[in-house]
Ligand binder design. Structure first.
Ligand SMILES: *Cc1c(COP(=O)(O)O)cnc(C)c1O
Length: 376
């Protein structure tokens, strides 16, 4: 019998020279966190914690079964209605994680094609790994990042009876945004279906933090977002028509064969949905912080790509340079993460700053000071 560990050891060792081996390190709570996605600081908000406790007391620590068996409560259905109202859609469906959602909702949609070769999928080159997982088995037609002229051209030269455009509203590693109204118009012109991932926009961008799909009301047929980032809890939602949600309840394996999310997590989402629309002041402060950080990084000569959001990359080059920069910031009390290939393209290893209004003004001043000294 082959030893599994003996097969693994040389593969792991092969990751070392290119500094690609990943380690699970406990985060030091004393560090100033500029790496997490808790953009509005809601994960520590007393109202979310309190509501999580209430839902746990009411429904238990676990949900006990798949949604279709016994995992659906009246509270959960009401929460999905609130999410749909927040997103301006007829219906919404909650999943345990965004990765699970993207990797199982897309295959359920691809089933709708009648062509034996499957549908055509047009994907942004920088799409998240979970969107790739959802496209497994299909040849993706990839357009240059945020390049709608390129997408237009590819749609023109690749006709098909069922075509999807799959992209993100805020890109998780570059911090730039897609032009959602233009994407919606392009999709309509080519009779393609737009699938939009709002993981990093939900709660942060768009009117009242409703995401960028709100800039093209009724014109984004499938929109998903996560509940574990700005919404301070865990899980993900997909929002769209009643027919879409009914189809997923019937055909989406990642929904059907998975235990419903824990009640405490759902309770926290309910509280977050009450708070988020009223957090314009926090959103404005977050945007200002991001502007200051970009200005500081650019003054030191770092490329921040096309970032306009709370996610700010600083390009370091190779993986070793990015790791060394993260190490230097750590020594000055900051938790900033080096993002390396294959998560980002070769040569664009970077520090990825993710800002949060949980940072005090004093803490953020320290961030700017440390970043300004990074090159010295
Ligand atoms: C985080 C993320 C996901 C996955 O969501 P999880 O709930 O963390 O599994 C999906 N898409 C994008 C763009 C993300 O950044």
């Amino acid at each position: 019998m082959a030893s599994l560990d003996a097969l693994i050891a040389p593969r792991l060792a092969a990751l070392e020279p290119s500094r690609q081996r990943r380690l699970l390190l406990p985060a030091d709570p004393a560090l100033i966190d500029v790496a997490s996605n808790d953009y509005l600081g809601l994960s520590r908000h007393p109202q979310l914690i309190e509501r999580a406790c209430q839902w746990a007391h009411r429904h238990g620590s676990g949900s006990r079964a798949s949604r279709l068996v016994t995992g659906t409560s009246a509270d959960l259905l009401a929460l999905e209605e609130k999410l749909a109202a927040f997103k301006g859609t007829e219906a919404a469906l909650i999943f345990a994680t965004g990765y699970q959602l993207n990797s199982s909702v897309l295959p359920a949609l691809f089933e709708l094609g009648s062509d034996k070769h499957g549908p055509l999928v047009f994907t942004d080159r920088l799409n998240h790994a979970s969107l790739h997982a959802g496209c497994q088995g299909l040849k993706q037609i990839r357009f240059r990042h945020n390049d709608l002229a390129h997408l237009d051209e590819l749609l023109t030269t690749n006709p098909g009876s069922l075509r999807f455009i799959i992209t993100e509203s805020v890109f998780s590693m570059d911090g730039d945004t897609a032009d959602v109204p233009a994407l919606a118009a392009l999709a309509a012109r080519h009779n393609a279906i737009l699938y939009l991932d709002e993981a990093h926009a939900t709660g942060v961008l768009g009117p009242q933090g409703k995401g960028l799909a709100a800039l093209a009301p009724g014109r984004v047929p499938v929109v998903m977002g996560t509940l574990g980032k700005a919404l301070g809890s865990a899980g993900a939602y997909v929002a769209g028509s009643r027919a879409l949600i009914d189809w997923l309840v019937n055909r989406c394996a990642g929904f059907i064969y998975s235990t419903a999310p824990a009640p405490a997590a759902l309770g926290a989402v309910e509280a977050a949905l009450e708070l988020v629309p009223g957090m314009d002041a926090e959103r404005a402060r977050l945007a200002q912080m991001a502007d200051s950080l970009r200005t500081t990084l650019q003054a030191s000569g770092y490329d921040t790509l096309a970032s306009t959001t709370q996610i700010v990359p600083a390009i370091m080059g190779d993986a070793a340079a990015a790791l060394a920069a993260a190490q230097r910031l750590r020594a000055s009390g900051l938790l900033a993460v080096a993002i390396r290939p294959p998560t980002v393209p070769a040569g664009s290893a970077r520090l990825r700053f993710a800002l949060s209004t949980a940072l005090s003004d004093a803490a953020f001043e320290r961030v700017l000071t440390s970043v300004a000294q990074l090159k010295r």
